[in-house]
Design a protein around this ligand. Structure first.
Ligand code: FAD
Length: 489
């Protein structure tokens, strides 16, 4: 039986990102993916939020995505637009880029990093014991791994096999979604009626039309037929606009569920396998990619025996609340899009509120992922928050903080006098960078914060410690996050 340190079930956005993160940490990882190519039926996610672009920038690959899509103010709370162009980030916008384009670019990166993807193959079962997991694959083969990560989407076999509850709400609404060709030019834009909101949009090829229709009934199984799509168009618009061909037709609902635990022993969950919700606010793919970036370096350190297994508990502790918040805000967005007059009044009120500066900042920072704050205890406002991408001067010349994170290794960034901290007990794991920064430190929503003399930046870009190098908490923080000090030879 072939052995690997980590087997990832699923080569969608989450599984691919995790594969890349583990490969950067030189972990022997393999991805198991049923699709024979990265081709995706349907376009799914429409783009990336600011924090996801930042996360890709931290790995030096943001430009690949930016050049393939279109930067714009994409954010909306239940369709109420939110502008983030005044946010303190280099990426004060979203990126319009279909998931069907996003995935191949990410897969190319994973390929460059040398991660094998077993295509046309799926995980069909597994059994874990004290030292690892036997992973059964279709085609009567199996793999042995130290850890199995389920990035296998909303219907996750890994989640079910691990016996992890998927708690939440059953669907209340269903939407039909399709990409079609029509003989007549339809009425582009949104239309609201007593059933809900419907939308028709032109695809960038100029000839196909993207259709999203709220359905009257919930009791459907499987994808809709061409006839069902035609009937639904006629019932909303009074015509099918000469519907002649569908590239794909699908449906989604507002089912809202989250895994009770993101880990059971040697089995972990990330992405849609861990949290499922409707696409309102466009957060699913983004949350999955960020789960992967939180988990990758931790799992690598546990596999490398740099850190105890308990480090993996911080993955659930940090990411479960983020997922719960996404579920919560999508429930609110669904409620706000109810078509009746009372909800319309509520929507008008929310539109007015979100037109004010402070509410706009708070909600936009939440949707863009820029306000994520892991609870790492009391301390400097940066603690647990994302490190801003400051321009700094180092002995090697000018650079920016995100460039220091390209290899997914932790950094102790010293902005004070050099030479006052002995990094040697962690030098094999943590890079000490002496640097200078002359500007202000500004965080989304919080605004300007006092510049700390030094910060420890985790590989996911979150601040694990901030303060004076003489602070006795610094060695403790380094040991907590990156393993015990290596004794002097
Ligand atoms: C209509 C629609 C619009 C959306 N819009 C947005 C948006 O604008 N922004 C946004 O962020 N998100 C959006 N989403 C959500 C987004 O598509 C998902 O959150 C995202 O695809 C999750 O990525 P994932 O890798 O976790 O799971 P998936 O993309 O579901 O990937 C799971 C992978 O696992 C594989 N797999 C399945 N079973 C097995 C198995 N047994 N063994 C091995 N592999 C397996 C599958 O083939 C698949 O490749 C939208 C979704 C829909 C339906």
């Amino acid at each position: 039986m072939t052995e690997h340190a980590v087997v990832i079930a699923g080569g969608g956005p989450t599984g691919l990102m995790l594969a890349g993160e583990l490969a950067l940490a030189r972990i022997d990882v393999v991805v198991v993916e049923p699709r024979t190519s990265q081709h995706l039926d349907g376009s799914r996610a429409g783009g990336l939020h600011s924090r996801t672009i930042e996360v890709l920038d931290q790995r030096g690959i943001a430009e690949r995505f930016l050049s393939a899509g279109k930067t714009m103010q994409v954010q909306g709370f239940s369709g109420i637009p939110l502008d983030i162009s005044d946010f303190p980030t280099r990426h004060n916008y979203g990126l319009a880029l279909w998931q069907s384009h996003f995935e191949p670019i990410l897969a190319d990166w994973v390929d460059e990093l040398g991660v094998p993807i077993l295509r046309g193959c799926e995980v069909v079962g597994f059994a874990q014991d004290d030292s690892g997991v036997d992973v059964e694959l279709s085609g009567d083969t199996s793999l042995r791994a130290e850890y199995l990560v389920g990035c296998d989407g909303g219907r996750s076999l890994v989640r079910k096999g691990a016996g992890i509850d998927f708690r939440g709400l059953d669907p209340s609404t269903s939407w039909m979604i399709a990409e079609v060709e029509m003989d007549e030019e339809p009425e582009f834009g949104f239309r609201r009626d007593s059933v809900g909101t419907h939308a028709l949009g032109q695809r960038e090829d100029g000839k196909s039309v993207r259709v999203v229709l709220t359905e009257r009934h919930l009791d459907h199984t499987g994808d809709p037929s061409m006839e069902e799509l035609r009937d639904a168009l006629v019932s909303v618009y009074g015509t099918d606009y000469g519907l002649r061909r569908a590239n794909w037709i699908s449906r989604f609902t507002d089912m809202t569920r989250q895994a009770a635990s993101y880990r059971r022993g040697r089995v972990l969950l990330a992405g849609d396998a861990a949290h499922l919700h409707p696409p309102h606010g466009g957060q699913g793919l983004n949350t999955g990619v960020q789960d992967a970036v939180n988990l990758g370096w931790k799992l690598a350190q546990v596999v490398n025996k740099t850190s105890p297994e308990s480090l993996l508990d911080t993955y659930h502790a940090e990411r479960h609340p983020v997922g719960a918040r996404v579920l919560h805000n999508t429930m609110a967005q669904v409620a706000l899009s109810s078509p009746d007059d009372r909800h319309q009044a509520l929507r008008d009120t929310m539109t007015e509120l979100l037109g004010m500066d402070q509410p706009r900042r708070r909600i936009a920072a939440m949707l863009s992922g820029l306000d994520i704050h892991y609870d790492l205890g009391e301390g400097h406002p940066l603690l647990g928050r994302r490190m801003p991408d400051l321009d700094v001067h180092t002995a090697d010349g000018p650079t920016r903080v995100f460039s220091l994170l390209h290899d997914a290794r932790p950094v102790l960034l010293n902005l004070g006098e050099p030479g006052s901290f002995d990094i040697s007990p962690w030098a094999d794991r943590v890079r000490l960078v002496d640097a200078r920064h002359d500007g202000v430190w500004e965080l989304p929503v919080l605004g300007e914060v006092t510049a700390p003399p030094a910060v420890v930046i985790r590989p996911d870009g979150h601040v694990a410690w901030a303060g004076e190098l003489a602070d006795p908490e610094l060695p403790r923080a380094l040991a907590t996050w990156f393993g015990e000090a290596t004794p002097a030879q």
